[in-house]
Design a protein around this ligand. Structure first.
Ligand code: AMP
Ligand code: ZN
Length: 114
């Protein structure tokens, strides 16, 4: 989608600090990190939110969570623990309308973080 910031990041039209990329998934550093490790992991295709995910995306979602698991290990938080968060819609606090998963870790997370 042309006016979507995360689509622009996926197309490398807007710079980001990339931690993982393949044809389907991009992981990059959150611009306003809330923890020592704070990545945003997105499917490159534009899906507005979790509400747009269907069975058609089952393999893609499995792949996305596999990437998160690998990144958590590489970044050294797999053993200490981490949190994955997907805000959905207005009440869920979703600000960017492109499905994304936050990966947070590197400190003990309290209920207000993420
Ligand atoms: P939310 O939609 O509330 O789940 O959160 C969107 C997240 O995207 C926030 O944590 C922002 O800091 C982050 N964000 C917004 N724009 C950018 C950007 N250009 N690069 C990296 N992270 C961003
Ligand atoms: Zn998008």
């Amino acid at each position: 989608m042309s006016d979507c910031i995360f689509c622009k990041i996926a197309l490398h039209e807007v710079p980001s600090e990339i931690f993982f990329e393949d044809d389907e998934i991009l992981a990059f550093k959150d611009i306003q990190p809330l923890a020592p490790v704070h990545l945003i992991v997105i499917p490159k295709i534009h899906l507005q939110s979790l509400n747009d995910v269907t069975l058609e995306h089952e393999r893609l979602m499995g792949h996305l969570f596999g990437v998160i698991r690998r990144l958590a290990k590489e970044l050294g938080v797999a053993e200490t623990g981490y949190r994955v968060v997907t805000n959905t819609g207005t009440d869920g606090g979703q600000v960017v309308g492109h499905l994304h998963v936050h990966l947070l870790g590197g400190q003990a997370l309290n209920a207000t973080i993420g």
